[in-house]
Write a protein that binds this ligand. Structure first.
Ligand SMILES: NC(=O)c1ccc[n+]([C@@H]2O[C@H](COP(=O)([O-])OP(=O)(O)OC[C@H]3O[C@@H](n4cnc5c(N)ncnc54)[C@H](OP(=O)(O)O)[C@@H]3O)[C@@H](O)[C@H]2O)c1
Length: 195
């Protein structure tokens, strides 16, 4: 379980720290069912942030269980419209982990003045990065030890948990990487066991 923590967990925590979402503020996580997204939902909820998340219909309840209070089901309605009706005053921050530029672009104007729009999947183009109304970034993990320490504290306290899927022997790594979910057959981080 510990192996599933550092990269995705530190990316989620680092992005949330840099976005400076206030307690009680609203954060949209685009792509809440994967490695970074499941940590982002949990860390933000633990900080008293109102989490809105996108997820497929099958995984909506799982994401709610992680702390998202509103789910926008993928494909059910346009994300920008759903977001505007949930946050008519503007959303405080958006974290994109999917990387669909057209989606990121469609929601950018729903961020309130001074809010933040970050992507770990580098979906922000030059025009979005130049938007002076909001803080924007294609966020890259910075591996600060204090973030790993905070994640460890949160996991030890039972506040957050890594969402893990298949556990495979190390020899299966090439097959798991090449085949993805078709091989692992499960959602969550795939853990490789080194004997
Ligand atoms: N910048 C950095 O330092 C850094 C660090 C770590 C990761 N990353 C990047 O961050 C991104 C996310 O990483 P991850 O580990 O969280 O990936 P992941 O576990 O594969 O999760 C991807 C998420 O995107 C969703 N998704 C995929 N295709 C979609 C689509 N067409 N429409 C809507 N949702 C879609 C998935 O939903 P379903 O489960 O429903 O398919 C899932 O929630 C990747 O691009 C990765 O390379 C960057």
């Amino acid at each position: 379980m510990a192996a599933a923590l550092p990269t995705s967990g530190m990316t989620a925590l680092g992005a949330i720290d840099h976005m400076q979402v206030p307690e009680g503020g609203a954060l949209l996580v685009i792509g809440a069912t994967g490695g970074v997204g499941t940590f982002a939902v949990q860390v933000a909820a633990a900080r008293g942030i109102r989490v809105i998340a996108t997820a497929s219909a099958q995984l909506a309840e799982q994401v709610r269980g992680l702390g998202a209070v509103e789910i926008v089901v993928r494909g059910a309605e346009p994300l920008d419209q759903a977001l505007r009706s949930l946050t008519p005053e503007g959303v405080d921050a958006i974290l994109d982990v999917v990387g669909d530029h057209s989606v990121t672009r469609s929601v950018a104007s729903a961020v309130r003045y001074g809010g933040a729009l970050f992507s770990t999947a580098f979906s922000l183009d030059e025009q979005l990065l130049a938007d002076e109304r909001i803080r924007t970034a294609n966020y890259r993990l910075d591996r600060k030890p204090e973030r790993l320490a905070e994640l460890t504290r949160l996991v030890t306290a039972g506040t957050i948990r890594p969402v893990t899927g298949a556990k495979l022997p190390l020899e299966e790594a090439p097959r798991a990487l090449a085949g993805g979910i078709e091989v692992t057959g499960l959602r969550g981080k795939t853990v490789l066991q080194v004997r």
